[in-house]
Design a protein around this ligand. Structure first.
Ligand code: ZN
Length: 205
C-alpha cells in the first residue's frame, strides 16, 4: 500500500531488499533519511555509488579493492610463501586486525553449502588453484595454505574440499585450530582467539 507517496514507497522498497532489513526497519531508515539535511543524504548516496563504481575484485586474491592487485598482494614485504584462505573480505580484515599474520590471502566469497545451492563453482576456488600453479605461468613460491574458513558445517566442508584438491600438489595444507567457537563467524571473534587459532593450526590430510 502506498501510504507515503511514490518516492518514499520506492525508497522503502529498495531499503527492504538489503540483507537483515525487514519492512519495519526499511520504513524507519527511510523516515530517518528524509529528515536529514539534503547534503548528508547526498553524501551517503554518492558514497554508495562511488564504492560500487570504484571497487573490483583483486585478480590475485579475489579481495575487494580499488586497485588491482590489492594493497596486500602488492606489498612485497609480506610473506609470499603463505596463503590464508578465508570466506569473506571481512574475515581477512579480522585477521589483519590481529597483527599476527603477515602472509597473503585468498578470498572465496562464501562456503560450500548444498542447502543454499552453493557449490564449489560458485566460489573462487578455481582462482585459488590457478594461483597455486595449476594454470599457466610460473609456480608461485607458496609453501603453506592455511584454511581459515568458519568453524561450522559449511566452513568445514569447504576446508576438506580444498585440502583434497591441494594435497596432491605437495603444498602444506593446514586448518586453523578450534580456539574459535564452533558455529561462529570469524568476523566477530576477538583478536586473541583468532591469533590462538592461527598458532594452533594443524596439518590437513
Ligand atoms: Zn589481492
Amino acid at each position: 500500500m502506498n501510504y507515503y507517496g511514490d518516492p518514499i514507497t520506492k525508497l522503502v522498497g529498495e531499503l527492504a531488499r538489503l540483507p537483515g532489513i525487514g519492512a519495519k526497519s526499511a520504513q524507519r531508515l527511510a523516515f530517518y533519511l528524509i529528515n536529514q539535511p539534503l547534503e548528508n543524504v547526498r553524501e551517503l548516496a554518492e558514497s554508495i555509488v562511488n564504492a560500487k563504481e570504484n571497487s573490483r575484485y583483486c585478480t590475485v586474491c579475489c579481495n575487494l579493492t580499488d586497485e588491482d592487485p590489492c594493497a596486500v598482494c602488492s606489498d612485497t614485504r609480506r610473506d609470499q610463501t603463505t596463503v590464508m584462505v578465508v570466506e569473506d573480505p571481512r574475515d581477512m580484515a579480522a585477521y589483519e586486525r590481529t597483527g599476527e599474520y603477515h602472509g597473503l590471502y585468498h578470498v572465496l566469497h562464501g562456503a560450500i553449502s548444498p542447502m543454499n545451492g552453493i557449490g564449489p563453482d560458485e566460489l573462487r576456488i578455481k582462482e585459488l588453484l590457478t594461483r597455486m600453479g595449476n594454470g599457466a605461468g610460473p609456480r608461485p613460491p607458496v609453501e603453506e595454505v592455511i584454511i581459515a574458513t568458519n568453524p561450522n558445517v559449511e566452513g568445514e566442508a569447504t576446508a576438506l574440499y580444498i585440502s583434497r584438491l591441494l594435497n596432491p600438489s605437495g603444498v602444506l595444507v593446514t586448518r586453523i585450530a578450534h580456539g574459535v567457537p564452533v558455529g561462529s563467524d570469524l568476523e566477530y571473534v576477538d583478536e586473541v582467539t583468532l591469533s590462538r587459532a592461527l598458532e594452533g593450526r594443524r596439518r590437513m590430510g
